[in-house]
Design a protein around this ligand. Structure first.
Ligand SMILES: C[S@@+](CC[C@H](N)C(=O)[O-])C[C@H]1O[C@@H](n2cnc3c(N)ncnc32)[C@H](O)[C@@H]1O
Length: 323
């Protein structure tokens, strides 16, 4: 169990990674433990500032270099723990599989903001043949990679931090690396196509990761990325533009040219549909003793819908054609 200050560093780290301006109110809103939202928060923030982990500039909280080093380790461990528990349970839930089939249009376990149209793009419009090797960064349970490998007879490499037994790996053509997307250079990979679906938010150094992927010869990239603004008042709306998101900043900084497909409306509709479908399966989740997962999912979906209703979200596929 992590302590209160660690939780604050974790949340600040993740918000910074998503290009958010961080007010104390936003931090309070994002802390997941009820106890953390208490009056103690301000004194904890003061103490983290005094110890040199945080800075306050123009009412915005920032990590110092020392704070970022500390927060990186804490956050990695917390993200791993959260996803492992969640995906481990969801991949054993038949209510969740039924839910996936209805919202994603494929009867496979998925943990992303794709709808059928986006999945069909991945499965039908990425130029792939049997000679290709596709790398799926943050592959989750490996569902999309499996569908691609089955369809094209290509090789697949999935990287995730989940234990091997969570992974659905029916084919010998798939190699699973139980590892870290920030350590891809250690794995000496030579993909011809790199896919990342809703996983880049968790890189601790997106700039370095993108540089490494870009240095692989003939490696096309397909990166799905949603950009949100969590603070309506304080947030800068321009970051929702396709050339201004966090991933676009990194691509631009490295002079990597890209094309985008706007999937904002798809994500909004996915939330709308998920809300309807989820409610239908409430009893089934309850019967499996997974009511907490149902409630967690409901909260995620309602938050996504609210962001789109308030024009505080966008989603794009970034396509990098490779050299
Ligand atoms: C939102 S899920 C998306 C999963 C999958 N791409 C899908 O579409 O269903 C994010 C995934 O990233 C993985 N992840 C987060 N941080 C990671 C890291 N540093 N290295 C490898 N995988 C990571 C999580 O375990 C999780 O499976």
């Amino acid at each position: 169990m992590h302590n209160y200050s660690e939780m604050i560093l974790h949340v600040v780290f993740n918000l910074e990674n998503q290009k958010q301006k961080i007010s104390v109110d936003l931090l309070r809103q994002k802390l997941i433990w009820e106890a953390d939202k208490s009056v103690l928060l301000e004194s904890k923030i003061r103490s983290l500032i005094e110890k040199g982990y945080l800075l306050k500039e123009n009412n915005s909280l920032l990590l110092t270099n020392k704070g970022r080093i500390e927060a990186t380790g804490i956050s990695k461990a917390m993200v791993k723990d959260e996803f492992s528990k969640k995906i481990d349970r969801l991949t054993r839930s038949s209510a969740y599989l039924d839910f996936c089939e209805e919202v994603y249009g494929y009867r496979v376990y998925l943990f992303n903001m794709m709808d059928k149209q986006q999945l069909d793009f991945v499965l039908g419009s990425i130029p792939l043949s049997a000679d290709d090797t596709i790398l799926d960064l943050g592959c989750g349970s490996g569902s999309t990679l499996n569908l691609l490998v089955k369809k094209y007879g290509c090789r697949g490499i999935g990287i995730d931090q989940l234990d091997d037994d969570i992974l659905d790996r029916p084919s010998m053509a798939i190699t699973y690396i139980n590892g870290d997307i920030d350590r891809i250079s250690d794995y000496s990979l030579k993909p011809t196509v790199t896919l990342s679906i809703d996983s880049l938010y968790f890189s601790k150094d997106l700039d370095k990761l993108v540089q490494q992927l870009n240095s692989i010869e003939n490696n096309k990239m397909y990166l799905f990325y949603s950009q949100y603004i969590f603070d309506e008042v304080f947030g800068d709306k321009s970051i929702l533009h396709s050339h201004n998101t966090k991933i676009a900043d990194v691509l631009n900084k490295n002079n990597i040219s890209f094309r985008t497909i706007d999937y904002g409306e798809n994500e909004r509709l996915l939330y709308e549909n998920s809300l309807i479908v989820l409610k239908k399966y409430k009893k089934a989740f309850e019967d499996e003793e997974n009511l907490d997962l149902y409630e967690q999912k409901l909260k995620e979906v309602m938050m996504g819908l609210e962001l789109y209703d308030n024009n505080l979200a966008s989603r794009y596929l970034y396509i990098i054609d490779g050299m």
